[in-house]
Design a protein around this ligand. Structure first.
Ligand code: HEM
Length: 149
């Protein structure tokens, strides 16, 4: 189960990044006031759903990963080793914050008084989420699932 989950977690990252960029483009197009919010909202919701699936796979990985299990046996050594600490501390923390920002943003945008402001809020929150994701992704690992890294 672990290799399949790690593969899924790896590949899903690309889908999330592509949908995130599309959501930003769609939200940006809505700033002119000539587009209804529905299309941008749909992409925002898909982005959020994918993030929640990734959060779930990440949480399961955190429980079953041999890397995490080994790291937990000596937390002092783990915290002193930046490469290992990244998967125990920085990566999960940044990603949970990113998912929370997007979840809050989706609600805030939906509740804005008009479509231009809905688009603007979606644009800002999705951009911040994407930046947090880019900062938290372990780019040192395999870029293509199962290959190298
Ligand atoms: C939500 C956005 C997230 C993205 C885009 C993301 C992305 C990634 C990527 C690309 C990898 C490298 C996979 C590989 O080496 O093949 C990875 C590894 C990992 N992620 Fe995430 N992740 C996310 C959230 C999380 C969360 C919330 C947790 C934990 C609570 C988590 C836990 C882990 C762990 C433990 C590993 C390393 C597993 C191992 O090597 O054994 N991830 N993540």
């Amino acid at each position: 189960m672990y290799p399949a989950l790690l593969l899924t977690h790896n590949a899903l990252r690309w889908l999330i990044l592509v949908v995130g960029v599309l959501a930003i483009v769609k939200a940006g197009q809505g700033l002119t006031g000539r587009r209804p919010y529905a299309a941008a909202r749909r992409l925002g919701v898909i982005f959020m759903a994918l993030l929640h699936v990734q959060l779930l796979t990440g949480l399961v990985l955190f429980v079953i990963s041999p890397l995490v299990r080994t790291a937990m046996t000596d937390m002092q050594a783990t915290m002193a080793d930046g490469a290992v600490r990244f998967f125990i501390a920085e990566h999960p923390t940044l990603m949970v914050i990113a998912v929370a920002v997007m979840t809050i943003g989706s609600i805030v945008a939906k509740n804005a008084p008009d479509d231009v402001r809905r688009h603007r809020k979606l644009l800002v929150f999705t951009t911040v989420t994407l930046l947090l994701l880019l900062a938290g992704i372990p780019w040192q690992r395999a870029l293509v699932p199962g290959l190298g890294g």
